[in-house]
Design a protein around this ligand. Sequence first.
Ligand SMILES: [Zn+2]
Length: 411
Amino acid sequence: MNLDDLHVDLDRLHGRLVALGKIGALPGGGVSRLALSDADRAGRDQVTAWMRDLGLAVTVDRIGNVLGIRSGEVDGPPVMMGSHIDTVKAGGIYDGNLGVLAGLEVIAVLNDLGLATKRSLAVGLFTNEEGSRFAPDMMGSAVHQGFLDLEEALAVRGIDGAEVGKELERIGYAGSEPTGSVRPHCYFELHIEQGPVLEQEGILIGAVEGVQGISWTEYLIKGVSNHAGTTPMRMRCDAGYLAAAIAVEARSIAREMGGDQVATTGLIEFKPNLVNVIPGQALITVDLRNTDEALLQAAERRLTSFVEQTADAEGLDVSARVLARFEPVSFDPSMVDLVERVARDRGFTVRRLPSGAGHDAQMFAPNCPTAMIFVPSAGGISHNPAEYTAPEQIRAGADVLLRVVLEKAMK
Ligand SMILES: [Zn+2]
């Protein structure tokens, strides 16, 4: 049999996406399945039922990750596919879900043909990727790959005060399997891009080279609140001025550095926040991202020295607090090559690109050869009920997943 002739069944895959999207569906479209909520439980129940229907051996580990395994002809670590089915509070039906359900579709295609693979195959559903209810995000995959302590994760309290461990028990997904007992031979994740690049360039498949590094800093600036009319400019300690200057400088740094560097000021608060009062205090956050750790550090240094010098010159007191810091992750070059080659062989347009968002795949990348396949997001929109990827794009992404998995599982 020529493996290039194998294709996914779009109706079956799309049918599952739509069916899973009905669990926790929002009235106007989209879905709300926060991690370990009742809706998450119902979604998990549905996916595990599909896994069992496909003949997979299903295990649940202590952080609630679900793995469905199809045995291969030889013992050894499986070729793993996976993603997540939890969503943000008001999300779409594609983010995460596509990667899990496309994994099931790969299994279904092989089952239909009675085709055995040399290596075992696994489809994973990882707990709390979004981090909307419980921080940190990518919790299940981080515990699975040894980057987060299990007991620490189980003790995390959510925005509603609920505890991860207790919620896992409540929804029936506090499994007994030790986390990380199944070490993948390699890991593939199909995901929507969640950005505008593929759509804008009219390209069907993204061969993801890695995940951007993230640096979040919060600056608390203290000055002196005073009258806007009577205080001469030379006598001001204006906390608002420094906050505004930081926002401008962060943007200039990103524009001057070019490449993949981005900078965002997403939060700014003045006190007392009144039209005729010099702000005595300001709170501001800066989000810096780059695919290159050295460049990300350079951006951080430039911003830090600007903040220190300007604060000195203005007589302001600034304290900086790191809210998040992740180094960039590079995927295995041979795996990225494979995705690119397969997409081309299938006749699809393809380009390499970095991921601007975090994904479960980045937890696997340090431990096993890992790659991601992106398909376009209409308007670059995600984490939003309006999230949309066309059926033909889903078919293309799943066909690439099927082919790259076979490539790794047959030899
Ligand atoms: Zn996702």
